[in-house]
Design a protein around this ligand. Structure first.
Ligand code: ADP
Ligand code: ZN
Ligand code: ZN
Length: 715
């Protein structure tokens, strides 16, 4: 007798699917169904991925599905994308449940009925005799001019109970939000027109278009016009942005120009809001979707165009559980959907440029700023032979003064939080290090603590050296906190605003800070990476980047790329309105990377870096995956990886390591990695998929924490 069993992805960290029988007397639920299954002594919500092979199923030992919540909830396109992603990134297949279903749907409960946000009057409501029901009559009167939001009705005095009653009796009904009116944009310049034409030319097929435009060149205008065309044809647009890029400012700009409500999706939303966006995406009600990384897995009913803004940004890669890169998943998704995808950046990743040079992506260039402003003037400030105080040379201080006196704003970028990154004893050379990580502790002066930026531990600041008891303890180097303090002292007449994770805790803090800058009054902004991203700061006349030399010589092969991207992004903050100025502090002004960038040419610098990667046999010329392991004993982690290396199927794969991670110890764990490289993507994928099962069965795997990282972003 043949059994009709199905395979179910269950959210557990195991590298396999599980077989279940249909609920008694019911047919097998189709793939994509949300089901409740018994798992050990627990009950878990999983997703049906397909039929189980009848031969492999033992009807005696296979348990039935307890309950089918929603048959076919995940459509075949999304389900197949999820399956591909878990396999490609060597993640447990159960991870697809966590990424395919919003948190509420991962619980043992029905889909909650959608909340009603907008109401309109029904014909029955318009004709009803409400002389005896004055409250309801008021609501009908309020709705006479058109739909209103629930909040607006509440403010006008309608109670929730009244509205509920009227919904039940059919006097009012739920409806879509009234769309904001679409505002016209500027006429595109010839470069923008050419880029738009190329995108629209691909509107009915798959093509990846890499829109490389200098900051302020009008990339967003190009996306907007392309999106507009496709929206008019009734298609959905999905825009992916980096974590920090999803400001209300950006969302409002898109809504205002496209005349559509933007449905947002990111980790900062409540569960209910995430579910609502997910449902609106699935039903097709949401025409414009904007989100961070995980939005790439939103169900789409009528997709027309995918856009990845700031495609080079590191936050598109997830660092735990399923280590996917949202940009790359988006490209694959567009290819399967047969629709175009636009990747936009002022500083495209070497991966994307490489793909463009090999003819896989189409490169669209916007070489000039769109408005009147040209590119900023470049200077390199070499602190060698100058007096440096709190990280600033006299020359820099003078430049800042001139800029403020001229009524403009200044941005100072320093990629280090805290007051000082190192605390040392001048007598014996002792340094304040973390006991659990291979790293120095950072002195945070206002909190009066020594913090470890890797494990989060902290301790008090010693008054004397713990080794030799000398009071000669000195802070070396300057983080944002110290630079802020120095600038406050130097320029007491101007506001100094700091932007780093110590003071800016959430989107709201950041928005408040941007609002203050938007007044345009002279001020100094001091901050980390947060300031380098694509925010519109039109008043900045001078941008300064401090002390980044160590990245030129880092052991991480991606460090120069990230440095070049930060340099260009920070330089691009200057002079949005008029000619701006950028100063890079460096002791290596003759370094080829800095020289090329100083000529104002990121793409040439990128080509230089691509050649270096080719000569060193590194990505994107080679495909790379890592097996990472960490353990409290270094020998356990390294020994485990040596065992893994022995089991790797050589042939098309080169293996290197075990190698120590750059941060060799973190939170008490020693960290090692094994590099697997191949020119063949298929060979590497096949091997990583096989390895997950091989490793899972290894005895040594129980003594370590391990995972596979495909296309890793850090070393
Ligand atoms: P990017 O996305 O490349 O940083 P934006 O699209 O934000 O650039 O454009 C930068 C500024 O230039 C914006 O204020 C935008 O309104 C303006 N802009 C863009 N294109 C044009 C154009 N063709 N004519 C005039 N102004 C433009
Ligand atoms: Zn000492
Ligand atoms: Zn630590």
């Amino acid at each position: 007798m043949s059994v009709e069993a199905v395979q179910v992805a269950v959210p557990v960290p195991l590298y396999r699917l599980f077989d279940y029988l249909p609920p008694a007397g019911e047919p097998a639920p189709p793939p994509g169904s949300r089901v409740l299954v018994p798992f050990g002594s627990r009950k878990l919500v999983g997703v049906v991925t397909g039929r189980a092979s009848a031969a492999a199923v033992d009807p005696e030992r296979t348990r039935p599905i307890e309950r089918v919540f929603d048959a076919g909830l995940i459509d075949p396109e999304l389900l197949s994308l999820m399956r591909w992603t878990t396999r490609y990134y060597a993640a447990p297949p159960g991870e697809l449940v966590n990424h395919a279903l919003p948190a509420i749907l991962r619980r043992n409960r029905e889909i909650p009925t959608p909340r009603v946000h907008w109401l309109r009057c029904t014909p029955a409501g318009a004709e009803a005799d409400l002389r005896r029901a004055p409250r309801q009559r008021e609501v009908i009167e309020l709705l006479a001019a058109g739909a209103r939001s629930r909040e607006a009705l509440g403010e006008a005095g309608a109670s929730a109970a009244t509205l509920r009653r009227m919904l039940e009796t059919g006097l009012v009904e739920a409806c879509r939000a009234a769309p904001p009116p679409a505002a016209p944009g500027p006429d595109l310049n010839p470069d923008q027109r050419a880029a738009l034409a190329a995108i629209l030319c691909a509107r009915n097929r798959f093509e990846t278009l890499l829109l490389a435009g200098v900051t302020g060149s009008g990339k967003t205008e190009v996306y907007l016009q392309a999106a507009r065309h496709l929206l008019r044809r009734g298609r959905q647009i999905l825009v992916l942005v980096p974590e920090i890029g999803l400001t209300p400012q950006f969302v409002r700009r898109l809504e205002a120009r496209l005349g559509r409500k933007a449905h947002v999706f990111h980790s900062g939303l409540g569960e209910r809001e995430r579910l609502e966006t997910w449902q609106a995406a699935r039903s097709g009600e949401a025409e414009l979707l904007i989100g961070t990384r995980s939005a790439v897995f939103l169900p789409l009913m009528r997709p027309g165009l995918l856009i990845v803004d700031e495609e080079h940004d590191g936050s598109f890669k997830q660092f735990d559980a399923m280590r996917y890169h949202a940009r790359d998943v988006a490209v694959l998704r567009a290819s399967r959907l047969g629709i175009p995808i636009v990747l936009g950046s002022a500083t495209p990743s070497l991966e994307s440029l490489h793909n463009a040079e090999r003819g896989r992506y189409r490169l669209l260039l916007l070489p000039e700023r769109a408005g009147s402003a040209g590119q900023p003037h470049w200077h390199v400030d070499d602190p060698c032979g100058q007096r440096v105080e709190h990280g600033l040379t006299d020359k820099l201080v003078e430049r800042i003064r001139k800029t403020l006196d001229g009524g403009e704003q200044v941005l100072v970028y320093r990629n280090r939080r805290g007051y000082a990154p190192v605390l040392i004893c001048n007598e014996c050379g002792w340094q304040a290090d973390c006991d659990h990580c291979s790293a120095h502790l950072t002195w945070h002066r206002s909190a009066n603590r020594l913090n470890c930026h890797h494990c989060g531990r902290y301790r008090s600041v010693p008054a004397r050296c713990p080794e030799c008891h000398s009071p000669q303890i000195q802070a070396v180097g300057a983080g944002t906190e110290r630079i802020e303090a120095a600038l406050m002292e130097l320029f007491p007449e101007h506001p100094v605003l700091r932007a780093d994770r110590d003071v800016v805790r959430g989107r709201d803090d950041f928005e408040a800070l941007l609002d203050q800058v938007a007044t345009g009054d002279p001020c100094i902004l001091v901050g980390t990476q947060m300031l380098a991203k694509g925010h519109h700061l039109p008043g900045i006349g001078l941008a300064i980047m401090l002390d980044t030399d160590q990245l030129l010589f880092s052991a991480d092969f991606r460090a120069p790329e990230r440095l070049a991207q930060s340099i260009v992004q920070v330089a691009g903050r200057a002079g949005r309105k008029q000619q701006g100025r950028f100063i890079l502090q460096s002791r290596h002004p003759e370094h080829p990377l800095i020289q090329t960038l100083a000529d104002g040419d990121y793409l040439s610098a990128a080509r230089l870096m691509l050649e270096e990667r080719r000569d060193a046999g590194l990505p994107p010329w080679q495909n790379l995956a890592m097996v990472r392991a960490e353990a409290q004993k270094a020998s356990d982690a390294a020994g485990f990886l040596r065992e893994v290396a022995r089991r790797i199927d050589g042939g098309a794969i080169q293996v290197a390591g075990p190698l120590a991670a750059i941060l060799q110890r973190r939170a008490g764990f020693w960290r090692y990695q094994l590099w697997l490289m191949s020119e063949s993507r298929t060979a590497l994928s096949t091997e990583t998929a096989r390895l997950t099962e091989v490793i899972e069965a290894m005895r040594e795997a129980r003594t370590v924490r391990w995972h596979i990282d495909v296309d890793p972003m850090e070393v």
